[in-house]
Ligand binder design. Sequence first.
Ligand code: ZN
Length: 582
Amino acid sequence: MSISQDKILEIRSKANIVEIISEYVPLIQKGKNYFGICPFHDDHNPSMSVSPEKQIYTCFVCGAHGNVFSFIMDYENLSFVEAVKIVGNKVGVKVDVEVPRINKNINEKQKKMFNIYDIANKYYQNQLNTSEGKRAREYLKNRDIDDEVIKEFEIGLSTKSLLTDLLIKKGYSDKELLESGITSSNNDKIYDTFSNRIMFPLYDIEGKVVGFSGRIFDDSDNSKYVNSKESEIFKKSKIIYNYHKAKDYARREKYVIITEGFMDVIALYKRGIKNVVATMGTAITSEHIGLIKKISSNVVLCFDGDNAGEKATISCSNELIKNNVMPKIIRLRDKLDPDDFIKKYGVDKFKEEISNALSYLDYKVNYYKNNTNFDNSEEVSDYIKNVLSELKYENDKVIIEIILKRLSDDTNVSVVTLNNMLKNEIITEVKPIEEKKKVLVLNKYDKAERRLIFYMLRYPEVIKIYDKNKCFFPTQSFRYLVNEILDYYKKYEQINIADFISHLNDKKELLDALSVVDVMNISDNYSYEEIMDYINLLNDYNIEQEIKRLTNLFKSEINSDKKTELAEKIAKLKVRENNEND
Ligand SMILES: [Zn+2]
């Protein structure tokens, strides 16, 4: 159940790390390297560099470091084998190893809950196809939800209270069913939570059903939608509707659309716009955003055109910006939701709206403008202040000028005055403290260890020198790392950092040690003498340590024979130490 080394090497060498990381994080070329926002820490400036030459990435703030496989593993939270498979697919090398999708974090209770939801999902789907489902099917048809969409989104129907009985017959206890939320109770009686509703399964990010939204479809005035209660597997702060399906489309299209609800997702999906997700009736959380960033950091918000949608757009944008995502905004005219908009204007018009999505700044300026009564000078003054307070975060001088010009046209205040006001805004703004770089004080032995490894990772000749003059590395992780380098070299007769990283695939401690060494900013050139100096220095250190140890033993030893023996050993070591220093 493992992939051959040859295949791993083949895939790694065919993959271009810059292209693959670009599918996740936008990269900009600076000199011979590429830079992007590091996805592994709360990054504000592009701190991650990607080297096409070495085929590795390195974050200078959090130390994240690795090759194309490590990136996918950490980003998508996958095993090494899964990461190799994904990269293999991208470069056209098929890997015929089955990867069981075992989620290590699922406990027995959760497993049962997933099974309950799986049974419920199938049951509801069957119900829709029975004669009892006729009215529901008509209702769906009238709303342009055809069989294909029903199948795709596994839409079903809850009828009379029969599901609970079925699950009890299958061996689930009342307690388990109540906890799952599929079943409710009243005066000791248990019954199906949902009845006579069209059932839309809600999925977790892996595509497993964890809840339902049941929609009423007759004319009774009960609440239109009822969602499953939160359970151990259904947590709204972690659920993004359609995430599992939108993932690939979003990566392909290089952006993702966020809508208000799951019906919007279905509405867009059935018209071929598939890179779309929704949160489940909660405000967006940083957890949601973390997940969304994994599929694309280009986010387009498309909430309903009404006032509630406007409020949601602003609060969602603020949360996204806090998490370093600058959204683009679509505001649909006539206060329509996406479905009604497309019905009225057609899907092409909607696509046009996507390509003309406003920058957040333009959106905010429009928003302030639309909410200003220009006959009221106080409101006009507020309008100016609000826009200027948005502008102080803008770095692009051209954009600032365009907006000031517009603001001037709207308010009849001169651009010069506006510009002065803006300067005052910026001055009063406290500048954020620069991220502190870790300062490590290294002694000469630390340096010798690191430099030796640094050159061994680049030059086979240095590995050979070391192999002939082996010394003991005082730091354990470096010691193991050096042994791995020797093993690797003996096997492949060359050294290549990107492949060496795959060789270390599950040894976190060694990968960390490697990243510490690899990012050192020292000359790429070495001399034989320099390498030998480092080796001698480490030998000195070890002798010194051994002398210290023996001296301590000598002091506490009472047996005179043993004392003499120790004294001789110490004397010999001191001679060696002096010789080596000559
Ligand atoms: Zn980082």
